[in-house]
Each structure stands twice: as structure tokens, then as C-alpha cells.
Ligand binder design. Structure first.
Ligand SMILES: [Zn+2]
Length: 210
């Protein structure tokens, strides 16, 4: 029952804070923002005269619904431009580059709703493992600027030296008993399963350094 709401929510214009683009001329006021259950969000966007914003393609399945309620807005979707004035609406698949421009003399306002066919984050990543695509999905209507990229890796900072310190921290008595009873030691890192073996001679050397 995706459209069954248990209560109503009122958002006052005075309580919304804009996301500012285009040097303060493009103000995006989030109204109802995306959540994983509803896959739907709305924004009120105020475009001062001359302002413009280009948007990278959103994920496949994202559809934007736009209604202009004052001024004029030129909308370009995959190279095709259409001018909307007060009361006009457009709906388009937003998985292509699109841009909004106020080429009129007055401030324009529009309501923008976007609906996603996409599901949870794990599904989104399966469909497109590019993390930039995920960011674009999370920031619809905003120009995204990547400031830095870093490789990520599954790794552990364990080392033989760290395991030696762990052995030393057992104390002389424990270490002595280990040498006498087992003759050697095999330590496995609980995080990465890295195995380090210590011979009797190595354990004796560690004991001597205790
Ligand atoms: Zn490890």
C-alpha cells in the first residue's frame, strides 16, 4: 500500500531552506524529499531572471514532472527545448542531460516532482556500480561537482610486527608456556584471516625482548 499515509504533513514555505545554485540566482527549496519507501520527492524552485542550471542524466527510471506557476522557463531535454509559462507542465524521462533556463525578465517559479523506478541502494549499485550515478540519483536537480576521487579497498592494517607486539603483550609467563607446550605459534587476524607463523626460535627471541 505505497500511497496509504497514516498522517498528513504540512510544510510551511517559511520553514524551507533553499539549496543555492548559479551564484544565488537559482534557489531549490526541498519540500518532500526522497525516502526509500516512497521514491518520490518534490521541490519548489525559484529562478531569478537569467538564471540557468544544467543537470547530468539521472538514473534510468527517474521521471521529472514540472509545473511552472510564474514566469517563463525554458527546459531542454536531450537537446530539445520547450518554453513553459504560468500553468504549463512537462513530464520527461530524466535519464538524459537536461537544463532549465529563465530567459524572461521576471523571476520564475516552478514545482518539480521526481519519481523513481529505482529501488534500494544495493539494487541501484547492482544496476550501475558507478558511485557518481548514485550521487546523481541522490541529488536530483542539483549540479554535481566531484572534488576528489579516491580508490577504495578492502584491506587490513595488520602486520607481523603488530602480531609480535600481541605475543609480547601476553607476558613472559604465557609466552614461556606457549614455547614449552606448543613449540611454535600461529596467529590469525580476526579481520582479514592473514596467518603469521612464529617458530620456536622467533618466540624465544620475543621472550628475550620482554
Ligand atoms: Zn588483518
Amino acid at each position: 500500500m505505497p500511497w496509504a499515509f497514516s498522517s498528513s504533513s504540512t510544510v510551511r514555505a517559511a520553514d524551507t531552506r533553499p539549496l543555492v545554485e548559479d551564484e544565488g540566482r537559482y534557489l531549490n527549496y526541498p519540500i518532500f524529499t526522497f525516502d526509500e519507501q516512497k521514491l518520490f520527492e518534490t521541490y519548489r524552485i525559484v529562478m531569478k531572471a537569467g538564471s540557468a542550471l544544467s543537470t547530468q542524466p539521472h538514473m534510468k527510471g527517474v521521471v521529472e514532472y514540472v509545473t511552472v506557476f510564474s514566469g517563463e522557463v525554458d527546459i531542454t531535454v536531450a537537446g530539445d527545448q520547450v518554453r513553459l509559462t504560468k500553468g504549463d507542465s512537462i513530464r520527461f524521462a530524466a535519464d538524459v542531460p537536461h537544463a532549465y533556463q529563465n530567459s524572461g525578465e521576471e523571476t520564475a517559479e516552478r514545482l518539480e516532482a521526481s519519481l523513481r523506478a529505482a529501488g534500494p541502494v544495493t539494487e541501484l549499485l547492482k544496476a550501475d556500480p558507478d558511485p557518481e550515478a548514485l550521487l546523481r540519483a541522490a541529488l536530483p536537480g542539483l549540479a554535481l561537482e566531484v572534488l576528489e576521487k579516491r580508490p577504495i579497498a578492502y584491506r587490513c592494517d595488520c602486520s607481523r610486527e603488530r602480531m609480535e607486539r600481541a605475543l609480547i603483550s601476553l607476558g613472559r609467563e604465557e609466552l614461556r608456556a606457549m614455547i614449552d607446550e606448543q613449540g611454535s605459534a600461529e596467529l590469525t587476524c580476526r579481520f582479514c584471516d592473514n596467518v603469521q607463523r612464529f617458530s620456536r626460535e622467533e618466540l624465544e627471541a620475543l621472550l628475550a625482548s620482554c
